[in-house]
Design a protein around this ligand. Structure first.
Ligand SMILES: Nc1nc2c(ncn2[C@@H]2O[C@H](COP(=O)(O)OP(=O)(O)OP(=O)(O)O)[C@@H](O)[C@H]2O)c(=O)[nH]1
Ligand SMILES: [Mg+2]
Length: 461
């Protein structure tokens, strides 16, 4: 990738809206800005002032006005990319923004790759890699908690943590290295050994706790799937609608109304939730229904939490037991007895016997009754599933997880070799761990991997 050219991109989502931004970064950004932008008033000096927003018009090659805009000229190095940056605030119509983008390209800018602005910020040393990746997480965050975690990593929480751990690894290596580099002059005593042991244990425990928290961090980042399952006609779709507070799914007295899985998004006790309505599960010969049921089963398998729904106005059947048996031991569950507004025919005793300790909530989904109890029970289940999480930098990405797992293996090996009194090997493993962890901050990372990481960004960021 050439770092010395000037890049351009539409930095806001494409669509109709009040304002859209076309952003330029690089050595020719100001030149291009001057060429295509005619200010309404006089610029206060030849070199545009930072922190000023200039009103004017963008012109095309023929000198025709394309849009009325506000433009900011931000000189390096105090910019996102540490290069000269020009931001053109135009009207957010797809055509207007594309036209301005095209004009910037006709005047010497190149279309930016996804994430290239942030990559430049990294390459120019303004942010480390963990901060850059936090920017992606911020953009993709689905809950307040995820935004908080991403913001703390943008401020450098993960970077700081990794630096501390790497520092401890260096400290641990010092006496080991001295003992085999200068065996005549230096011999490790018990005090040294204890220090090495303590550092190794510290790093190991810290990594363990970071790995343990990943599930919850990801849940906040990406959302948790909750599947609603049950026999046909028990009120699953009515429940989905009541929980989402909208008429998302078709509800009908005819059993087998929902043919395919259907999703909706909501927030539950701070957790971002993907709520999934499924087709009623029963034995059937209808090929379409069969396919719907297969999809429902798959969605249920992949969900973190299952809401099993039973019709309270009908007797407990063997089919209900089969539904209950679909929940896996590692999944959270909440049991709903629906249609409580009708005469209850279901045996609560049988329900309890089947589900043991699980929370049972009675609802009348069509009237929206029992929803707060249901949501409370589901949120409690989430807390159980993601319990014991410590404060600290949030690790979310698979890349970070892999690095931490590999580092953990190196540290474990080092710990074992320390007992076997093999200082050279201990030191080597600690060095491997140190190098591995450097990939989080980007200090020891390869160029190809960088390209891959930044390619996951959206355009214009
Ligand atoms: N009285 C009463 N009727 C309900 C309640 N919830 C749902 N129903 C009715 O039960 C019927 C089936 O509701 P749905 O929500 O479509 O049930 P479902 O489980 O999604 O059904 P399938 O998609 O066919 O599997 C409809 O006629 C609803 O009006 C309730 O709380 N009380
Ligand atoms: Mg349905």
């Amino acid at each position: 990738m050439q770092e010395n050219d000037t890049i351009t991109a539409i930095s806001t989502p494409l669509g109709e809206g009040g304002i859209g931004i076309v952003r330029l970064s690089g050595p020719k950004a100001f030149d291009i800005g001057h060429k295509i932008f005619i200010p309404s008033g006089k610029m206060t000096c030849d070199y545009p002032e930072a922190k000023h927003l200039y009103h004017g018009h963008v012109l095309n090659k023929k000198g025709e006005t394309v849009d009325e805009v506000l433009v900011s000229f931000m000189p390096a190095p105090y910019t996102y990319t540490r290069e000269d940056v020009v931001e053109i605030n135009c009207h957010s119509g797809v055509f207007a923004m594309r036209t301005i983008l095209k004009i910037t390209m006709q005047n010497g800018a190149r279309l930016a790759e996804p994430g290239e602005f942030t990559k430049r910020a990294f390459v120019k040393g303004r942010i480390d890699l963990s901060r850059a990746e936090a920017v992606i997480n911020m953009i993709k965050a689905r809950s307040e908690e995820a935004v908080k975690a991403a913001a703390s990593n943008i401020r450098g929480a993960l970077d700081d943590k990794v630096k501390v751990l790497r520092e401890r690894l260096i400290e641990a290596r010092a006496p080991l290295e001295a003992s085999f580099d200068y065996p005549e002059e230096y011999e490790m005593d018990d005090g040294d050994l204890k220090k090495v042991e303590a550092a190794i244990t510290y790093v190991k425990e810290e990594i363990k706790s970071m790995l343990r928290d990943i599930g919850r961090n990801r849940a906040f980042q990406e959302g948790v799937s909750i599947a609603i399952i049950g026999k046909p006609n028990v009120g699953k779709s009515s429940l989905l609608n009541a929980m989402l507070k909208q008429k998302r799914a078709i509800v009908h007295e005819m059993p087998g109304t929902t043919r395919d899985i259907l999703e909706g998004y909501m927030n539950l006790g701070g957790y971002p939730i993907k709520l999934i309505d499924t087709a009623g599960i029963q034995g059937t010969e209808d090929p379409v229904e069969k396919e719907g049921i297969a999809r429902s089963k798959k969605a249920a398998e992949q969900a973190k939490l299952i809401i099993t729904v039973h019709d309270g106005s009908r007797k407990w059947e063997d089919e209900d037991r089969k539904i209950a048996a679909m929940v896996e031991p590692n999944q959270g569950k909440v049991i709903v007895i629906n249609k409580k507004d009708l005469e209850m025919k279901i045996s609560l005793e049988k329900v309890r016997k089947c589900y043991k300790e699980a929370t049972v909530v009675q609802t009348a989904a069509i009237r929206g009754e029992g929803m707060s109890e249901l949501e409370e029970a589901a949120a409690e289940q989430m807390d159980v599933l993601f319990k014991g999480v410590s404060e600290g930098p949030a690790v979310i990405s698979i890349r970070h997880e892999q690095i931490l797992e590999e580092t953990y293996i190196c540290i474990e090996r080092a710990q074992k070799m320390l007992v076997q009194e093999q200082p050279e090997l201990v030191s080597l493993e600690l060095q491997n761990a140190w190098l591995k962890m450097g990939e989080i901050t980007g200090e020891t990372i390869k160029e190809e991997l960088l390209d891959k990481i930044f390619s996951e960004f959206c355009l214009g960021k």
